[in-house]
Design a protein around this ligand. Structure first.
Ligand code: OGA
Ligand code: ZN
Length: 407
């Protein structure tokens, strides 16, 4: 993993990045477990490289009633209390797919090879959910789905797969009864209430508390970067649109960030290493939060975009550092606003767009309120909801398929 210091995600060399990208792109890479020598269990990758399995890693995965509460699957023992010098003293394979292990603390346990391999794949940075499929302005087919209040499990699974891959879905035929956005949101996760309420009305009003509640155009932005944590997913449901303007826009921020990383690595490094303060203020609320415009995870992968040029305040760094920052921000912003990356569509009454507010940026073109009413209702849900739904459904569909096979 190179010489990267913890907490400094900027220094990721290209070779490492390429390796990580490869892993993300190929989550089904075959891995095998085998006994390499007495007391040595090893993980073998498709390319022939091997990684010995640490005895403590195995020991803390014991799944018997003495080690974990079988109902919650939560550990009963604090693994920090295990002997740091723990060894495997005996290792056998009593049946295909099962390993029997005796540890130097006298403990003996059986392990399912399949479960260990699943864990090992996660440790290798693979995703157990559909990986993001990055897109740009040439995206020809938008993920449009016909909304159904009671979708079948397979239908819901296809909605979730589309959302997790593209970072958004557009539902059509959502009843225009006010409040329906909350019902749709709760199918995918828990609604996140904010100072704007559980549900907010997006329409042009006098004395608006946010530019979204006017008729002006909104450039690509992520919502509420001044909040910690930021709302992960946003839903906007169109109840009425009698105007010819007010087109919705979306940009895949990860695609733009990846292009910036390739073309202007220095700009990318600056934007992922500069903490920017975002601020919201009204009569009852004053929120501030700090985040880099491009947030990376500990492996150097893209984690979130925080971008709203109407709300950002960079700290007073030295003129040189600010020079570089402003140049980098301009470059990122110009790409975000370029037609190359943006998709546009009109939300008509009954359409609802749900998007990942950590990955995508959204906006709208301006409209003329004299033409008629444009009324959207919005809400936020937590980012982890759809992944949880996906895993549970996969479990259910998997056992249904299993039951069908054994019937
Ligand atoms: C918002 C927003 C876009 C629109 O409410 O956060 O960006 O289409 N609205 O009005
Ligand atoms: Zn917005």
């Amino acid at each position: 993993m190179g010489t990267r210091a913890p907490g400094d995600p900027r220094v990721v060399d290209t070779a490492e990045r390429a390796r990580l990208d490869l892993i993300v792109a190929a989550p089904q890479r075959p891995l095998t477990l085998k006994i390499a020598a007495p007391g040595a269990l090893v993980l073998e990758r498709a390319d022939g490289t091997v990684c010995p399995v640490h005895p403590l890693w195995l020991r803390e995965r014991c799944k018997d009633a003495a080690s974990m509460d079988l109902h919650t699957q939560q550990r009963l023992q604090d693994p920090s209390d295990f002997d740091l010098g723990l060894k495997i003293t005996a290792l056998s394979q009593p049946a295909a797919g099962t390993f029997r292990v005796r540890f130097s603390d006298g403990y003996e346990a059986s392990f399912s090879a399949a479960e260990l391999l699943e864990e090992a794949a996660l440790a290798d940075n693979s995703h157990d959910c559909p990986a993001p499929r990055l897109w740009d302005g040439k995206l020809a087919q938008f993920p449009r789905m016909r909304w159904r209040t009671e979708p079948s499990a397979t239908e819901l699974m296809s909605w979730l797969e589309a959302f997790l891959s593209y970072g958004f879905v557009i539902f059509e035929d959502v009843p225009t009864e006010p409040g329906t956005v909350l019902k749709v949101g709760s199918v995918f996760g828990f609604v996140r209430e904010t100072n704007f309420g559980a549900l907010f009305n997006v329409r042009s009003t006098p004395n608006a508390t946010d530019l979204a509640y006017t008729a002006v155009s909104l450039d690509p932005h992520t919502d509420n970067p001044y909040r910690a944590p930021v709302p992960g997913i946003q839903l906007l449901h169109c109840l009425a649109n009698e105007t010819t303007g007010g087109l919705s826009t979306l940009v895949d921020g990860f695609a733009v960030a990846q292009a910036l990383r390739a073309d202007e690595p220095r700009s990318f490094e600056i934007l992922s290493g500069t903490p920017v303060r975002f601020k919201y203020i009204d009569a009852d609320t004053e929120l501030t939060a700090s985040a880099p415009p491009i947030e990376l995870d500990v492996t150097g992968g893209l984690k979130a975009i925080h971008f709203s040029p109407r709300l950002d305040f960079v700290p007073l760094f030295s003129p040189d550092r600010l020079d570089a920052y402003y140049r980098a921000r301009r470059s990122f912003d110009h790409r975000l606003r370029a037609a190359d990356y943006e998709i546009r569509f009109l939300l008509k009454a009954g359409d609802l767009v749900m998007f990942d507010n950590c990955r995508l940026l959204h906006g709208r073109t301006g409209f003329d309120p004299a033409e008629g009413l444009r009324h959207l209702q919005g809400c936020y849900i937590d980012i982890d909801g759809p992944r949880s739904r996906y895993r549970v459904l996969r479990r259910q569909l998997g056992s249904a398929a299993g039951a069908r096979r054994s019937a």
